[in-house]
Design a protein around this ligand. Structure first.
Ligand code: ADP
Ligand code: ZN
Ligand code: ZN
Length: 746
């Protein structure tokens, strides 16, 4: 008799342990197989995590039997089961919540079906074919069917087009047999032939000389700091090829879907059918099928967004994280994992190399390359590519002080230097990109008489005006309303549209440069799987001369004819209440500047700002990552921000603001008392009093927070456990969340 331990698909604290089941007679179940099991009066899905000979300490007559396996193969690789347990510990989620990340969401609850095509084959032996044909000589269409099948198996539909009756007859006579064949849905069409491989630059060679021996040894953690246009992708490709040559697999993480068309294109050119793509915009079926191609080992190069770090690639040789500074690597919902740390854990466990890369590395990663700054994540080896390929120069960045423009009476979106530069760029027949860090026509609408902005009634944020639809929309809850004729606060008709969203920039381009075709790329124009790719193609083909976009165009795109980049409002990100604002602003400017002058012509970048002296903007202007790093690092040290501390917050939400405040204050008292009772811990923590969250209300729920900074090298675990305990307090109509190093602090 065989037994197994199953993690059941119920995300509740009370069932977080494993349950023992009997394996049915004649069924072989390997760990990692998903099964259907009886649970109380229900049938639930579960994951077999262990197989054993006896029922353990459960009385044998109490043990129930597995109903059936859900797939005929283990959906989870052994390494991924271990990873799930590590993740559950690390992010303080339930094991089953971590296990769920390891399979396509659609697989749960049997919501995806294998797509099968009915095929036909000859049911007679080859030597009996002549006799079979002979028997049909009065029926020319049946003969044609048999002739087709003599060439090989055919889709039944194709043969039915010749004669449906004929197929039925032949099947009933036992000459032809039908069977189902799985077809895999492929999200991308095959790529055209690969461009010739470039000869590596000196920098690329040097970097690969460090990476390749590490690949051979199955170790190494690197941070590749390479300026924009230094040819990082080619390094990835060569490293991946080495890995495939060793019979192993590779995962390449990219931050966002906007990046994938180009990156996917390059990888598909080089690796063809052995590459697979995983991201959230694929249809459920496509995603499931790509996942199975990886699981079966047919695809050994996986390219995908954050969650692709869990791809079932067996024999992993390398994980590459492109644009590693991006926030998108932090999951923004429970379980809140950091894909870079998961990648590191997976690499360590599976004997693979980790390669993080960026033109603007995150402060967190870069500090790990400084030997004197010990990090709990361990050191990274720094690799640098300080030059662009083919001795192309980095673009010059000019900073325009918008306060001066205002003084000179220029109230338009474009400063004079940017206006002139655009004019010259178009006159030369070249392309430009205009970058905006917001979406919508105008960020907010406010009243000139009373100064109040129009706000969402159930969220504490201003509404954004969308010109094409002529509506005001809340970006948190989706609430919409027509723009009012008069101010709802004071009744004045002096309503004014503020800010410079993508639509407003598009409008300004139309007015100033009539006849210059523009495409606008933001959340509103790029819905759907191919939304980005289509707009980018229009631009690539030269049908549009200017590309206007939100931050998503700042990443990784490579358009040789772009010689001018304008950053319309560089400080839009600078004043958000988040300690990472300077880091993000610096990265955005450098990244977006990196889109200019990637071919022969030198690029020009114009950055408009109201705060030109800010160190993030000044360092970005010089594209001086190290200078920025040193200033910012000091600021973080003084302000007790990560990486010197870990940030945690207890977030309290509920309908009744008074009650929410009361709970937040009680939680503060409770944690404060806990810390006071443990002086050793208290010295390691800075705790703020309960206060309203920066966004005071979302969907009608009031929000309060208790904010803590924990010294990174102190005993943080004990404090985090205390916070978890607080989360379990039950108050009617109030929810408590614990967030550690949250991606979004609003
Ligand atoms: P990065 O990611 O570092 O910004 P990319 O990988 O996008 O840079 O490379 C920039 C451009 O340089 C691409 O068009 C790429 O095809 C080209 N490139 C890369 N390596 C070489 C090389 N060794 N010789 C010539 N061109 C190269
Ligand atoms: Zn008003
Ligand atoms: Zn709202």
């Amino acid at each position: 008799m065989t037994y197994c331990e199953v993690a059941v698909e119920i995300a509740h604290e009370s069932v977080s342990r494993l349950f023992t089941y009997r394996v049915p007679e004649g069924v072989a179940l390997a760990p990692g197989t998903r099964v259907l099991v009886p649970f109380g009066a229900r049938k639930v899905e579960g994951y077999v995590l262990r197989v054993k000979d006896g029922p353990g300490d459960v009385p044998a007559d109490k043990v129930r039997e597995v109903l059936r396996p859900l797939e005929e193969y283990p959906a989870l690789l052994p390494g991924l089961i271990d990873l799930a347990f590590w993740l559950a510990e690390e992010t303080r989620c339930l094991p089953v919540e971590a296990l769920r990340l390891m399979i396509p969401a659609q697989m749960r609850g049997g919501r995806v079906r294998v797509k099968a095509t009915q095929m036909a084959r000859l049911a007679v032996a080859p030597e009996a074919l002549d006799a079979a044909m002979d028997s049909q000589k009065r029926a020319p269409r049946r003969l044609r069917i048999l002739e087709a099948l003599a060439q090989g198996d055919q889709p039944a539909a194709r043969l039915r087009a010749i004669s449906a009756d004929g197929v039925t007859k032949l099947v009933s006579q036992g000459i032809v047999a039908l069977y189902g064949a799985e077809t895999l849905r492929r999200p991308y069409a095959p790529e055209a032939d690969a461009a010739p491989e470039p000869e590596l630059t000196e920098d690329q060679c040097r970097v690969l000389e460090e990476i390749l021996p590490a690949l051979q040894r199955g170790e190494g953690r690197f941070l590749l700091s390479g300026v924009t246009g230094s040819g990082k992708t080619e390094v990835y490709i060569r490293a991946v090829r080495e890995v495939l040559g060793m019979g192993r697999a590779a995962i390449v993480l990219v931050p966002e879907i906007a990046l994938t068309p180009q990156m996917v294109g390059w990888f598909r050119q080089r690796f063809g059918e052995s590459s697979a793509v995983l991201h959230s915009r694929l249809s459920a079926g496509e995603r499931y099928d790509e996942w199975r191609r990886i699981r079966r080992g047919e695809a050994r190069v996986v390219i995908g967004a954050r969650s692709a770090v869990f791809a079932p690639a067996e024999g992993l040789g390398i994980v590459i994280v492109d644009e590693e500074h991006e926030q998108t690597y932090l999951s923004d919902h429970h379980p809140r994992y950091d894909a870079r740390e998961v990648a590191q854990r997976r690499c360590a466990a599976e004997g693979a190399t980790l390669l993080l890369a960026s033109a603007t590395p995150s402060l967190k990663s870069f500090s790990r390359t400084v030997p004197t700054l010990r990090s709990s994540l361990g050191p990274l080896t720094l690799l640098e590519m300080p030059r662009r390929v083919l001795s192309r120069s980095l673009p010059d960045i000019e900073v325009v002080d918008m306060r001066g423009e205002l003084e000179r009476g220029n109230r338009s979106v474009f400063s004079r230097p940017l206006d002139t530069a655009l004019r010259e760029c178009f006159a030369r027949g070249e392309q430009a990109m205009l970058f905006i860090n917001r979406r919508g026509y105008s960020t907010f609408v406010s009243c000139r008489a009373c100064g109040k902005a129009l706000r969402c009634e159930s969220c504490d944020v201003s509404l954004t005006y969308h010109r094409h639809e002529d509506v005001m929309r809340c970006h948190y809850c989706g609430f919409e309303q027509k723009p009012p004729e008069t101010c709802p606060h004071c009744g004045s008709p002096a309503i004014r549209y503020f800010g410079a969203g993508t639509q407003k920039v598009e409008e300004a381009v139309r007015q100033r440069f009539p006849g210059v075709p523009a495409v606008r790329m933001d959340m509103d124009t790029t819905r759907g799987k191919d939304g980005h790719a289509k707009l980018l193609d229009t631009f690539r083909r030269g049908e549009a001369r200017v590309l206007i976009g939100t931050q998503m165009i700042a990443k990784g795109l490579d358009f040789p004819r772009v010689t001018l980049v304008g950053v319309v409002a560089a400080d839009a990100t600078l004043n958000l209440p988040d300690y990472r604002s300077p880091e993000r602003t610096f990265a955005l400017i450098v990244q977006v500047a990196g889109r200019a002058g990637r071919a022969e012509q030198k690029g020009r970048v114009i950055v408009q700002t109201y705060d030109p002296e800010h160190y993030a903007i000044a360092a970005a202007q010089r594209q001086d990552f190290r200078a920025f790093f040193h200033t910012e690092f000091e600021r973080r040290r003084r302000g007790l921000y990560p990486p010197f501390t870990r940030i945690a917050r207890l977030l309290v939400e509920g309908r009744d603001a008074k009650k929410v405040q009361g709970v937040a204050e009680a939680l503060y008292e409770e944690t404060d008392a806990f810390l006071s009772a443990n002086p050793r811990l208290k010295r390691q923590v800075v705790q703020m009093r309960a206060m309203e969250a920066p966004v005071k209300m979302i969907r009608g729920n009031a929000r309060w927070q208790v904010f803590l900074k924990l010294y990174a090298r102190g005993p943080t675990q004990a404090v985090l456990e205390k916070l978890d305990e607080c989360k379990l307090h039950v108050y009617d109509n109030v929810n408590i969340y614990v967030e550690v190093d949250p991606a979004n602090m609003m």
